[in-house]
Design a protein around this ligand. Structure first.
Ligand SMILES: CC(C)(COP(=O)(O)OP(=O)(O)OC[C@H]1O[C@@H](n2cnc3c(N)ncnc32)[C@H](O)[C@@H]1OP(=O)(O)O)[C@@H](O)C(=O)NCCC(=O)NCCS
Length: 305
């Protein structure tokens, strides 16, 4: 099955796991273990690490609470995946034929934004030796090295890694990490996510009809055009979305219109008026809106007088 990819997908897209992905996942999982070379682990260790990988294993882990995000190509074939459970990243594997295409980073960031919805203090993972520097690049720090007994019984050295304590602010992005819980409690009517979209966290509630989703590719296109002007190397990112409570479609559409107007050239007063309206529509407290507007005003005055 072919599906449409946006320019900012850069040849692949992320979606939630389906049981029928599991065979392709087991295959790429195995290939990615063997592709890491023998700088870190011997052939025997790699075989033991890849031992006993079955398609059914993902179903079992999913039943046990692991959430999978799958990267698929334009034919909807899995080329990488990431699993997470609570605030832990459990695994990240990219098919060797597709490594170096920004897929690992994007999966890691998508897992991060999903996990953020439970507002954890930090995010943890156990890194294989060849992947340690990849995680360090994105702010994960090693807090210990240990031997992990693989499925085949042979030990490999792995690193327990974690982010610094995640800071949440009452002023800037006052709902960050709380969008889903506030919406489920009826205290927030609309949420907006641009280049990082916690699709997997929201999806079960959309299926149950508790939350509605409106994809917002227009804003992603605008972001893509902006980055294209500034950088030759383009990063891939999620398609933006607006989530809203049933019955709040008009509010969502008003927010969409305001956000689109903000991508245009505006007078300074209109710019602030729109930002204030956006904050109101997002149900942010007045203090947070005022703080944000003041900061933007100060910065604009410093820059342009
Ligand atoms: C580690 C892994 C997930 C990275 O995925 P990837 O899609 O190839 O990585 P990306 O293309 O997103 O790379 C993003 C950045 O990280 C860098 N990077 C990728 N792999 C790296 C590694 N092993 N060490 C250091 N940096 C790495 C890239 O150079 C790139 O940097 P840049 O933006 O400056 O160019 C992938 O190589 C893999 O599946 N490895 C084997 C399985 C494994 O060990 N998984 C981890 C188990 S815990």
């Amino acid at each position: 099955m072919k599906h449409t990819l946006y320019p900012w997908d850069r040849g692949f897209t992320l979606r939630s796991w389906r049981e029928e992905d599991s065979h392709a996942m087991a295959d790429l999982h195995r290939r990615s273990i063997f592709a890491s070379g023998e700088d870190h682990y011997t052939k025997e260790q790699q075989e033991s690490w890849a031992h006993g990988l079955t398609a059914n294993g993902y179903t079992e882990c999913a039943k046990d609470g692991e959430v999978y995000i799958v990267a698929v190509d334009e034919t909807d074939t899995p080329i990488a995946f990431c699993g997470y459970k609570n605030s832990e990243i459990c695994g990240l594997y990219v098919d060797p034929a597709h490594q170096g295409r920004d897929i690992g980073r994007r999966l890691l960031f998508r897992a991060f934004i999903n996990i953020s919805q439970i507002k954890p203090d930090k995010i943890t993972l156990s890194a294989s030796a060849p992947a340690k520097t990849f995680y360090e690049k994105y702010g994960y720090k090693s807090v210990g090295e240990r031997t992990y007994k693989t499925r085949g019984g042979i030990g490999i050295n792995v690193y327990d890694m974690e982010t610094d304590q995640i800071k949440y602010s009452d002023q800037l992005g006052p709902h960050n990490g709380r969008e889903l819980s506030l919406m489920l409690a009826g205290q927030k009517r609309v949420a907006f996510f641009d280049e990082l979209n916690p699709v997997e966290a929201f999806e079960p509630h959309i299926s149950e009809g508790k939350i509605c989703c409106h994809n917002f590719p227009e804003i992603s296109q605008d972001l893509y055009d902006l980055i294209k002007i500034r950088e030759s190397q383009l990063m891939s990112f999620d398609t933006a979305a607006l989530y809203y409570l049933p019955g709040e479609e008009a509010r969502m559409l008003e927010l969409k219109a305001a956000l689109l107007e903000l991508t245009q050239r505006n007078t300074r007063e209109r710019f602030f008026q729109l930002h204030r309206r956006v904050g109101k529509l997002l149900d942010y407290p007045d203090e947070a809106i005022n703080y944000y507007i003041e900061r933007r005003r100060q910065r604009l005055e410093e820059k342009h007088g």
